[in-house]
Design a protein around this ligand. Structure first.
Ligand SMILES: *Cc1c(COP(=O)(O)O)cnc(C)c1O
Length: 392
């Protein structure tokens, strides 16, 4: 008789063989930060390595402890968390905000607490995985509308009964495409159908909008976007996330969001570091300007090289290469020249839409951009050479 361990290992081996055969096996690498020019991470304002954040983190840990010791509802909720929630609510112009351990958990917790199997949930096709998983946790079925297609959303809304609670959910900036949701349009459609609108602004916060408040921020108030999620591990350079909205929303999440209730509060040093990041966001607007200058320059020059860019005004610049093997080959060539970029394949993006995800940062200098553009033109030229060699 086979032992259960043997059985399990056989199952795992089968899955691994399948995935390798599909060319989709993923590997982590330990990144040597000093040696690579980083065009892969989400540190859009170059804050992750700012010594002021590290100092604030150390000071926070000395004052409050390295860990929060308990969940927020027991006795892990500290003054530094409270201050951070107030500052985040101010940044996005909402009455209140609630800290979560990660963006993934903020989305799980929010959807689980707000929805159940009776909720009619409408999600953009390209929404982040955590939003889809949140619907699963809630037991709600997600109806997916075509990407940024308001007419399709309208069509789906019209097909459903008016009396069930409705929620429309979208990323603000789409994480693999870099394009931005039509927030005003979504808000109008949602209001017209008495639906709540939830926007996950993970990649917009700190980068977009006046004062870095994101694609939603103060421009679209709590009436237009009642449920706003922001994450802190991207432009703000730290980690964690928050949900912002009305007092009633936040109180409801504190009562019912299981991924909020049943987890240890964020480490106080991390919260202190985020406060330092918010100070820098407010006092150094030139970082955002520098970033947008880099984006414009990259797009201009990549366009001249004829590289297959997507339309995007955000730091996320996808280079559409189509198949996974091609993406891996380009990423490898870039890595050989000391350039790290994201190689994105299915299942993260649909089959046939594999891409290099180039992310730009205020920390990049003109020399970094020169190196990237040069390496990309070499990749292109090498491919040309291969094609010529193999065509008679
Ligand atoms: C990164 C990301 C998340 C998850 O945030 P974490 O804090 O990394 O867990 C959620 N939504 C979107 C759109 C993201 O890009």
């Amino acid at each position: 008789m086979l032992s259960p361990t043997h059985d399990w290992h056989t199952r795992l081996a089968e899955r691994s063989v399948e995935r390798r055969a599909a060319g989709l096996w993923r590997q982590r690498r330990c990144h040597a930060l000093e040696t690579a020019r980083d065009f892969a991470s989400n540190d859009y304002l170059g804050l992750a390595h700012d010594p002021r954040l590290a100092e604030a983190m150390a000071a926070g840990a000395r004052r409050y402890g390295a860990g929060a010791r308990a969940s927020h509802l027991v006795n892990g909720h500290l003054a530094v968390h409270e201050t951070l929630e107030t500052r985040l609510a101010e940044l996005v112009g909402r009455p209140r905000a609630l800290l979560f351990a990660t963006g993934y958990m903020a989305n799980l917790g929010t959807l689980q607490a707000l929805c159940d199997r009776h909720t009619l949930l409408f999600q953009d096709r390209l929404n982040h995985a955590s939003l889809l998983d949140g619907a699963t946790l809630a037991g709600a079925r997600s109806r997916r509308f075509h990407h940024r297609d308001r007419a399709d959303l309208e069509r789906l809304l019209n097909r459903t009964p008016e009396d069930a609670p409705r929620m429309v959910v979208s990323d603000g900036v789409f994480s693999m495409d870099g394009d931005v949701a039509d927030i005003a349009g979504l808000a109008e459609t949602a209001q017209h159908h008495s639906a709540w609108l939830m926007i996950d602004d993970a990649h917009g916060l700190g980068v977009m909008g006046e004062a870095g408040g994101g694609c939603v921020g103060r421009a679209h108030g709590v009436e237009a976007v009642p449920v706003l999620v922001g994450t802190l591990g991207k432009a703000l350079g730290t980690g964690g996330a928050f949900v912002a909205g009305s007092h009633e929303l936040i109180e409801h999440l504190i009562q019912f969001a299981r991924p909020y209730v049943y987890t240890t509060a964020q480490s106080p040093g991390l919260a202190a570091a985020t406060l330092a990041a918010l100070d820098i966001l407010a006092t150094e607007p030139e970082r955002r300007q520098r970033l947008h200058t880099r984006i414009a320059r990259f797009r201009h020059e990549a366009g001249r090289l004829g590289l297959p860019l997507r339309e995007s005004d955000t730091p996320i610049q996808p280079l559409m290469l189509g198949n996974g093997a091609r993406v891996m080959a380009w990423a490898k060539r870039l890595a050989e020249r000391g350039l790290a970029v994201g190689a994105i394949r299915e299942p993260t993006v649909p089959s046939g839409q594999a891409r290099l995800r180039i992310s730009l940062s205020a920390a990049h200098g003109d020399d970094d951009l020169d190196a990237l553009l040069d390496a990309l033109s070499v990749c292109q030229a090498k491919e040309g050479a291969v094609i010529r060699e193999t065509t008679p």
